[in-house]
Design a protein around this ligand. Structure first.
Ligand SMILES: *Cc1c(COP(=O)(O)O)cnc(C)c1O
Length: 404
């Protein structure tokens, strides 16, 4: 493909808040990607847990084309059929009775935190406004969501930030018990911390959070923006346990690459968002909803969800075997196709180097923080691509060992 833009163009005209890799992908199909020079890559990154069905899945492409010829946008002055059908599907498949649509994860969380505050305000008074979140959690980049997020580096320089938020150590039941009070309106948890390093919440922690919330009339919010839509082998990660949230946020994989997000809740809680109290121009637009509905129909099948379990074992067992010789990683963890490989102490802080070297072998991977290599491939990545990708992963491990 000929082109007159390259990586240098990025430096010239883009706000420097990202540092993208040198190569620029121009085409994707399934779990393969090609760059401007027509080099081919295996995609173990999946657009950061977004491309749940890989690139250009024919049924998603068809759903988008069909809707593109039908109706693009209305605003929420009118509702639309794709939004109503998608909301029905989400309610059928989860605890939810009510759905609010947004366009990104941060917006879904923003809605969730505002709803939690409003619900407490309506039912218990203004005093009950405190939000408890976990250290190292990630909930998005708006000012409210970086404030609730448990990584101070994301709010540094942006203060003053919203008040009434506290942070507790993740998976520490005693700490949560000590922090929660009748002033708490919500406790927010990622069932597996994604950006924080692929760290699962324990079943006991989720259970204890639920009981403590019930005791104090606080809402339990699960941020399933990364873990949702089949990523862990269930449609939503909470469905592995007995613990149902009061509010759940979902984004990333929901549109398979088309920007869409949703906040799910119950009728009783959703009532606090009455007419005019919150909104979004694009939220629930027909294009995104049509794609997401098709994606949900494909993902929420035994074939795809059981495939996720199988692929998890294939990938983690093979990497564990490579690791026996090299001992690059001290832990290989995660659930389904949300996999983290934590570097051994002698390689601390060098995850980014691994990502760069992987590209030299024709493999796209991600990092989660400074020490964890993150893999979030398509949920339907073919076995042949997994095997070839793992061979490249092994080559990357060799290169890394030489250079790190
Ligand atoms: C990605 C992510 C977000 C933010 O989503 P955006 O679409 O980038 O706003 C929030 N929470 C979690 C757990 C995420 O993984």
């Amino acid at each position: 493909m000929s082109s007159n833009v390259d990586r240098e163009t990025f430096n010239q005209i883009m706000v420097p808040n990202y540092a993208p890799q040198q190569m620029i992908p121009v085409k994707g199909l399934g779990s393969r990607v090609w760059d401007q020079q027509d080099n081919e890559f295996i995609d173990f990154a999946g657009g950061i847990a977004v491309n749940a069905l890989g690139h250009c899945h024919p049924e998603l492409t068809a759903a988008l084309h069909q809707q593109a010829d039908q109706l693009w946008h209305l605003s929420n002055v009118w509702t639309n059929e794709p939004a109503l059908k998608l909301a029905q599907a989400l309610c059928d498949k989860t605890f939810a009775e009510k759905v609010y649509f947004a366009n990104s994860g941060a917006e879904a969380n923003e809605a969730a935190f505002k709803l939690a505050r409003k619900y407490a305000y309506d039912n218990f008074g203004a005093e009950k406004h405190e939000i408890i979140s976990c250290n190292n959690s990630f909930h998005g980049r708006t000012l409210f969501t970086v404030s609730v997020g448990g990584q101070p580096k994301y709010r540094e320089g942006f203060e003053p930030v919203p008040a009434g938020i506290s942070h507790v150590p993740f998976n520490d039941i005693a700490a949560l018990e000590q922090q929660i009070s009748d002033k708490t309106c919500a406790v927010v948890i990622e069932p597996i911390q994604g950006e924080g390093g692929i760290t699962p919440a324990t079943a006991e922690y989720l259970q204890a959070a639920k009981s403590l919330c019930s005791e104090h009339n606080a809402l339990l919010i699960f941020d399933e923006i990364q873990t949702g839509v089949g990523r862990t082998g269930k449609l939503y990660a909470y469905q592995h346990s007995q613990v149902k949230p009061d509010i759940l946020t979902t984004a990333k994989a929901l549109g398979g690459g088309f920007p869409i997000a949703a906040m799910l809740s119950t009728e009783k809680i959703a009532k606090s968002f009455n007419v005019g109290s919150h909104g979004s121009t694009y939220g629930g637009n027909p294009l995104g909803c049509a794609v997401a509905l098709k994606l949900l129909q494909i993902v929420d099948t035994p074939e795809v969800l059981e495939g996720v379990f199988h692929k998890h074992h294939l990938i983690t067992q093979q990497i564990a075997q490579f690791n026996q010789k090299t001992e690059l990683f001290k832990d290989i963890r995660g659930q389904g196709l949300l996999i983290g490989c934590e570097l051994s102490d002698q390689y601390k802080g060098k995850a980014r180097l691994f990502l760069e070297l992987a590209q030299q072998t024709g493999l796209m991977v991600l990092v989660a923080g400074l020490n964890v290599i993150r893999l979030t491939p398509s949920l339907i990545i073919p076995e042949a691509d997994i095997k070839e990708g793992l061979a490249r992963f092994n080559r990357t491990m060799q290169l890394f060992k030489q250079q790190a």
